[in-house]
Write a protein that binds this ligand. Structure first.
Ligand code: NAP
Length: 288
């Protein structure tokens, strides 16, 4: 039986990136829909649920994407609420690459660090990727300082994470100019820059002054990059007194995780791949 992936995109034009990965992951048929929202998704989900018998339901799966991560999350809730009993298909949510990117960033750092009780800082921590990286690190015992230009926004993100993970140790912090930020980050072992494309946080000189740093990850590929001195291709590059990863250095693992997750969707009809599950798939890949 053919494996069919139903791509539900909240943008008007379904993402070509997600379509290419689906093809590379070996799906036999890809049905792509744009402008999908909670208001119009039910019929599409029913079409997936009611066409194939229970034995064959695993051969149909849903991928939720689009550039607005909040819309994707809402869609995921509606899609999973539409299933009943054993009549479901597996679903993955990766709007704007948020889950796969956060997983790849944290897993890259995890090659060199045990996260239990370490001090980590996330710049641009209120965005979808930073938020998820904070969630993944919190679940693994790290102490996190989460930065935003607005302390209120940082507090709100910390609050959301603590709602799911009551034991998370998170502190909200306001972004500062590069030199002050570097001084404040002394004592931090892991730094992840997850700011918007083209946003620089620290100069190379200031970054190199943070003597406690063991791993620095910059997810912004658009010049100026988030962390001065880190090249987009860097992958465990030894420089600036620590191990450095750039956006493309992390991107290779992100692509592998995305592809592996699509492949796994077809193993059974009852899986929901969100942040933690996608991280788990990445962990398995690295162990293999
Ligand atoms: N390597 C990969 O494979 C890959 C894949 C996907 C995404 N990415 C990259 O990962 C990064 C994070 O993605 P995202 O979608 O989470 O980003 P985003 O939502 O566009 O931005 C993240 C945060 O950056 C902060 N920010 C925005 N403009 C700023 C400015 N001028 N100065 C300081 N801070 C600013 C905002 O926080 P506040 O407003 O609260 O300050 C925002 O919440 C992006 O650079 C993206 O391009 C990489």
């Amino acid at each position: 039986m053919k494996n069919i992936l139903i791509q539900l995109d909240t943008d008007s034009l379904p993402s070509t990136f997600d379509r290419v990965v689906a093809v590379d992951a070996g799906v036999d048929e890809l049905f792509s829909y744009g402008n999908v929202s909670s208001d119009n998704v039910m019929g599409l989900v029913h079409g997936a649920m009611f066409t194939r018998g229970s034995k064959h339901l695993r051969h149909t799966a849903i991928f939720i994407g689009g550039s607005h991560v909040n819309d994707g999350e809402e869609l995921l809730e509606t899609v999973t609420a539409t299933f009943f009993g054993p009549v479901s298909v597996s679903v993955m949510m990766d709007s704007n690459g948020s889950n796969t990117t956060a997983a790849a960033a944290v897993l890259s750092a995890g090659q060199h660090l045990d996260f239990t009780n370490i001090s980590a800082a996330i710049l641009g921590g209120t965005g979808p990727v930073g938020h998820r990286a904070a969630e993944l690190l919190s679940a693994r015992g790290a102490n996190i300082r989460l930065y935003s230009r607005s302390k209120v926004r940082a507090e709100s993100t910390c609050h959301q994470i603590k709602t799911n993970l009551p034991n998370a140790r998170l502190e909200a912090a306001e972004l500062k100019p590069s030199d002050e930020l570097a001084a404040e980050l002394e004592g931090t072992s892991l730094l992840i820059a997850a700011g918007a494309a083209g946003v620089g946080f620290l100069t190379e000189n200031d970054l190199s002054k943070i003597m406690s740093l063991k791993v620095a990850v910059d997810l912004n590929a658009v010049p100026p990059t988030g962390l001065g001195g880190i090249g987009v291709m860097d992958k465990a590059a030894e420089k600036l007194n620590c191990l450095c990863y750039g956006a493309i250095g992390v991107g290779g693992l992100k692509m592998k995780i995305h592809k592996a997750a699509i492949e796994k969707l077809f193993l059974s009809n009852d899986q929901v791949f969100g942040t933690q599950e996608i991280f788990g798939i990445g962990e398995e890949l690295l162990k293999a």
